[in-house]
Ligand binder design. Structure first.
Ligand SMILES: Cc1cc2nc3c(=O)[nH]c(=O)nc-3n(C[C@H](O)[C@H](O)[C@H](O)COP(=O)(O)O)c2cc1C
Length: 273
């Protein structure tokens, strides 16, 4: 195929999906245009048949992060080859890839490659690490190698041919950990009358630098100087928690210790071509 340009379309509040997409595109020897939907709906979202588009999203609750799908609503391909990348926090990506594939197919793309990679979980903390510091060197090596294979496939193809993304499965998880996590979810559901945890702020530590205001993808933080949160807009992505230079933000979720305990074993990326 004659590919003349490339783009990365992404939604990535804590930056791990973006890092993986960059590495895959780099391996593919592309210098892509970045269509960043993290902070607002992107403009200029029409893609031609001579273009390869890398589409990267995080997994939220085993699905595509809902805000990503809202922001991607205007993207339109014209039999455009797409490389789908989902990034998850070492638990599972469940139906995310199938959901993303259906979404892009409806918008004129052909999924020629699909990969699920691991990024540090948004809820990871020092006390409860979950895939801490990922993607790491090994992940970037895998992402670049896969990018090189994608490049070779694109050169060999005359017309874009779709892969069956339902074949992409997360690495096996020990039955004991799966059971423990299921029990935790059932326990949580039985306490549905309890108030849901929220992102908190320690006003003593906050120096009003405005970084969280800039980092919030849904404009839930009202202003630089009044960094309290509109909880109706907050998607709990933890961009403000991870990005705060004063550690003034925290998210005390019961998920963190359980995810840390059950999903401590390193998972490797899985890809389809
Ligand atoms: C609300 C929410 C739900 C999540 N659900 C899952 C999940 O179902 N499985 C999983 O492995 N990771 C899950 N994660 C972790 C993210 O997929 C992971 O941290 C990802 O690397 C974040 O991508 P980003 O850095 O591009 O924002 C969730 C994170 C958030 C904030």
């Amino acid at each position: 195929m004659q590919i003349t340009t490339s783009s990365i379309v992404l939604f990535s509040p804590t930056g791990t999906s973006r890092k993986i997409a960059d590495a895959v595109a780099d391996g593919c020897r592309c210098q892509p245009r970045i269509v960043d939907a993290t902070y607002a709906e992107p403009v200029d979202t029409d893609f031609g048949a001579d273009e390869v588009v890398f589409i990267a999203v995080p997994v939220y609750g085993g699905k595509v992060a809902p805000t990503a799908l809202q922001r991607f609503d205007t993207i339109q391909g014209h039999n455009t080859p797409a490389v789908l990348i989902v990034v998850y926090g070492n638990r599972d990506f469940e139906g995310t890839m199938v959901e993303l594939d259906a979404f892009v197919r409806n918008r004129g793309f052909v999924t020629v490659a699909a990969g699920a990679f691991i990024g540090e979980h948004s809820y990871s903390t020092k006390a409860h690490p979950i895939a801490a510091n990922r993607p790491d060197m090994a992940d970037f090596t895998d992402a670049r190698a896969w990018g090189r294979d994608i490049c070779a496939k694109l050169v060999d193809m005359t017309l874009p041919t779709a892969v069956d993304v339902s074949l992409l499965k997360a690495p096996n998880q020990s039955p004991a950990s799966q059971l423990r996590f299921k029990e935790f979810i059932l326990e949580l559901q039985s306490q549905s009358n309890k108030p849901k945890p929220r992102i908190a702020i320690d006003w003593e530590k906050c120096n009003r630098c405005g970084k969280c205001f800039k980092l919030c993808p849904t404009q839930a933080i009202k202003s630089r100087t009044e960094p309290d949160i509109d909880y109706d807009r907050c998607i709990k992505c933890c961009a403000c928690v991870k990005g705060c230079p004063c550690q003034a933000r925290s998210f005390d979720t019961p998920y963190a210790p359980v995810l840390s305990e059950c999903f401590a074993q390193r998972k490797s990326p899985v890809t389809l071509l």
